[in-house]
Write a protein that binds this ligand. Structure first.
Ligand SMILES: Nc1ncnc2c1ncn2[C@@H]1O[C@H](COP(=O)(O)OP(=O)(O)OP(=O)(O)O)[C@@H](O)[C@H]1O
Ligand SMILES: [Mg+2]
Length: 466
């Protein structure tokens, strides 16, 4: 292990000399400087782990030297040395980033303890800095692979959101389209990157626990509340909270969430003191929230608040040109992960992949490729190596188009609703609506009449909500 390098900056020769002797004996590698300027030069040229820094120095004083050290953004532990009279200033130095201070005259044991603590602290900080840098890389926008105009526009939009520090963001998209990836990219690309990113899945936590997960509770607030607990919003202060599957949040909590978004304040369960936090809230959902609002399942006011900055993740099937790019990306990634040679993707296989409907979106593609990397021997993946399901484009085996509700449904209601939705989406243009339903225009008109949207002699139509 390399020896810990210490620099002593003190104008008193005797202090420098005696500390250098003793610290060298303790196994440190020690150098010293009589002025702040000389000390800083040594620090700039050479890496030091720790600095013992006298507060009163000729020329630059200790406070200024400390500030310069901090500007270098090297994680260096600093212990201040001061006489009694400089106590207030020494405390100020701790606020400015010194680890500790010692009042002269001091025992050598005190120096040892202070340096040891500063060294531990510095080690941890260096580790945190390294991990943060790694995380920022790992969760950067570049992880959203794809070159299609839609994906480029998406990356650009996410980048702007990250920079803007808009305090609430809505991410909508089908399963597996990369909503969580996008949320992470926003957080780690923002000024909040060094603060926590905390995610909670609103549908995975029992309803009675979620409020305390989000807002915390005071001791004794309910039977199981043995101790005070901070909630996610408090823990993520300064950072970002991802509320995944927000569409599944109960209405009571939706109301509380809206209040937090508007006032930045909340109460722990059983608490009487409002707690103020600065968090960015990213809400993600694979439901159509607008429909949920129309059906009274989601609060309109919260929806409007979230919708101000909304991102729609594109479905993979709409990114045909990105599908082979993503497939090759995952062929490389999994080859590396499993220590195997990288397989090639033949053109016929790329075409099959691009034509498939991918109901599970990028996650499904990723899983298919992972399986191929593990199980397939051939160095080139051709169409015949792909699972049979994929070769029947447009008919995903894994998911049906519409799911039958558990309580059953009247077919006629389904038809009526789809006709209404088609007309709405088509801006009430009958030909377009007919195309959306795979019908001839006359066939659509018959249904419009049947469901009372159109009278048999009226040429135009007005759509009423049913
Ligand atoms: N554009 C992309 N480039 C590379 N990987 C992607 C992309 N989009 C999604 N992924 C990957 O697909 C997988 C699913 O992504 P993610 O979990 O973010 O989706 P999601 O929309 O949150 O899904 P769900 O609705 O099921 O929660 C992850 O492994 C993610 O890394
Ligand atoms: Mg997700």
């Amino acid at each position: 292990m390399p020896r810990t390098k210490v620099l002593i900056i003190d104008d008193e020769k005797l202090v420098r000399w005696s500390l250098q002797q003793k610290l060298t004996r303790e196994g440190y590698e020690v150098e010293s400087a009589p002025t702040g300027e000389e000390g800083l030069n040594l620090i700039r040229e050479d890496g030091y782990d720790l600095v013992l820094l006298d507060l009163r120095l000729p020329g630059m004083d200790g406070v200024e030297v400390l500030q310069e050290i901090r500007k270098l953004e090297k994680e260096i532990g600093v212990v201040m040395l001061t006489a009694d009279t400089g106590l207030a200033k020494a405390v100020e130095c701790v606020r400015l980033g010194a680890h500790n201070y010692l009042t002269k005259p001091f025992e050598f044991d005190q120096v040892k303890v202070a340096l040891e603590k500063a060294r531990e602290d510095t080690k941890l900080r260096r580790e945190v800095t390294r991990l943060r840098r790694q995380q920022r890389r790992q969760f950067s926008l570049e992880n959203l692979v794809g070159q299609s105009p839609a994906l480029r526009a998406l990356r650009e939009m996410l980048g702007k959101i990250a920079e803007s520090d808009a305090t609430s963001v809505l991410i909508e998209g089908e399963n597996g389209t990369g909503k969580e990836l996008a949320a992470q990219a926003i957080h780690y690309g923002s000024a909040r990157a060094n603060q926590p990113f905390m995610a909670i899945n609103c549908s995975a936590i029992p309803e009675n626990l979620i409020e305390s997960e989000l807002f915390g509770h005071e001791r004794g607030a309910f039977t199981d509340a043995k101790t005070t607990k901070k909630g996610l919003f408090e823990l993520a202060d300064g950072g970002t909270v991802l509320l995944d599957e927000i569409g599944d949040m109960q209405p009571i909590l939706q109301a509380k969430l809206l209040r937090v978004l508007e006032s930045r304040q909340f109460y722990r369960i059983g608490g009487t003191q409002p707690i103020t936090v600065d968090v960015r809230v990213i809400a993600a959902t694979n439901k159509n929230l607008e429909d949920a609002v129309n059906h009274g399942e989601f609060r309109q006011d919260l929806y409007y608040r979230l919708k101000v900055i909304a991102v729609r993740m594109p479905e993979l099937r709409s990114l045909a040109e990105d599908i082979p790019i993503l497939a090759r990306h995952y062929l490389r990634q999994f080859a590396e992960e499993y220590g195997k040679p990288v397989k090639q993707l033949a053109e016929d296989a790329a075409k099959v992949l691009a034509a498939y409907a991918w109901p599970g979106n990028v996650r499904e593609l990723r899983n298919v490729i992972e399986r191929l990397v593990i199980l397939e021997q051939a160095p080139v993946i051709g169409a015949e190596q792909l699972p049979a399901d994929l070769r029947r484009p447009g008919k995903p085996a894994s998911r049906s188009l519409i799911e039958l509700p558990a309580t059953g449904v009247a077919l006629v209601d389904v038809e009526r609703e789809l006709v209404r939705q088609a007309m709405e989406r088509a801006g009430e243009n009958q030909s377009h609506a007919a195309a959306l339903l795979g019908l001839e225009r006359d066939a659509l008109r018959r249904r419009l009449i049947k469901y009372g949207y159109l009278t048999s002699h009226a040429p135009e139509v007005s759509v009423a909500r049913c």
